[in-house]
Design a protein around this ligand. Structure first.
Ligand code: IPE
Ligand code: IPE
Ligand code: MG
Ligand code: MG
Ligand code: MG
Length: 308
């Protein structure tokens, strides 16, 4: 398994996310071994094993390493996060939501397998992760399963709230557009990314001193919030500046659908400044982790400048 711990100043996005891709055989096995109607299994597999970046599992595993833990202890959490993420993508693409035809360079699941199956495969991928965490023998033995389930459930609920803010917006009258946007982004995208970082620490930190454990969790919470917001600001920017071919999803959709976005409110240059600001903030949060936070710091730099 790639341990991701050898980040250098020149590591690229693919190198840093290699550990996230290592969970693909495990995701495949979980779907293969579980009794499921064959068409539901195929739909879930189409989405889950499609060519995503695997950012969230990589964040879980790199965060586990950053607190001095073993990535094996956080593998179920890494899979769980990618499943919830895929559920969010499947439903995000539905006609009633963003109505997208392309995802990860292929037809969206509702285009490929029909709308009913897309809804149900999304439901499945919003259920299996909790079973996985609750039944994980390493987490159960260490008394951590309930905390892990709670963390993921709370973040999933926040993501869903974010999708409501994004799709059926209703805000207090006096809320500034930029504050509305931060509220949307922190929920729809930030919550799962923050949970990925926190779950790496929750599942794998070998620290027995409660204060030191809490300090590391706090560092990763701040990091996760900052990189999560940054990630969605870059997503907004790429929707304007990148091609459909590079993204593997339809570019230019946000403006066409009247979405509230960073470039829409601030323009491209100011959006880039906000990305830099969040990047600096994310790296700053890693200070208490010392050299162990190096891969996470490098990840911020490459994600700020990503093209896909
Ligand atoms: C897309 O996430 C949805 C957002 C929250 C912006 P990713 O850009 O991580 O999508 P995949 O997993 O690589 O397809
Ligand atoms: C995605 O936001 C948020 C979730 C899937 C929860 P977007 O709607 O901007 O994501 P893309 O651009 O379709 O990947
Ligand atoms: Mg959306
Ligand atoms: Mg979308
Ligand atoms: Mg987008």
């Amino acid at each position: 398994m790639s341990d991701g711990s050898a980040a250098t100043k020149t590591s690229g996005l693919d190198d840093l996310l290699a550990c996230g891709r290592d969970i693909e055989p495990l995701m495949d096995r979980i779907l293969t071994e579980r009794p499921l109607p064959s068409n539901l299994r195929e739909a879930a597999r189409y989405s889950l094993l499609g060519p995503g970046k695997r950012l969230r599992p990589a964040l879980v595993l790199l965060s586990a390493q950053a607190v001095g833990g073993r990535s094996e202890d956080a593998r179920s959490a890494a899979v769980a996060l990618e499943m919830i993420h895929c559920f969010s993508l499947i439903h995000d693409d539905l006609p009633a939501m963003d109505d997208d035809d392309l995802r990860r360079g292929r037809p969206t699941l509702h285009r490929h397998a029909g709308e009913a199956m897309a809804i149900l495969a999304g439901d499945l991928l919003n259920t299996l992760p909790f079973e996985l965490l609750a039944g994980d023998p390493i987490l159960s033995r260490r008394g951590l399963a309930a905390s892990a389930v709670r963390e993921l459930a709370a973040a999933t609920a926040e993501m869903i709230a974010g999708q409501v803010y994004d799709t059926l917006p209703r805000f207090p009258e006096d809320m500034e557009p930029l504050d509305r946007l931060r509220l949307i982004h922190r929920h729809k995208t930030g919550a799962l990314i923050r949970a990925a970082c926190r779950l790496g620490a929750i599942c794998a930190d070998p620290e027995t001193d409660g204060h030191r454990r809490a300090a590391k969790l706090e560092a990763l919470t701040g990091y996760g919030e900052a990189i999560g917001l940054m990630f969605q600001i870059v997503d907004d920017l790429l929707d304007v500046t990148a091609s459909t071919e590079d993204l593997g999803k339809s570019a230019g959709k946000d403006q066409a659908q009247g979405k509230l976005t960073y470039p829409g409110i601030l323009g491209i240059e100011e959006t880039r400044r906000h990305i830099e600001q969040q990047a600096t903030s994310a790296i700053g949060f890693l200070a208490p982790l010392g050299d162990a936070g190096e891969s996470l710091a490098r990840l911020v730099e490459v994600l700020a400048d990503r093209r896909r």
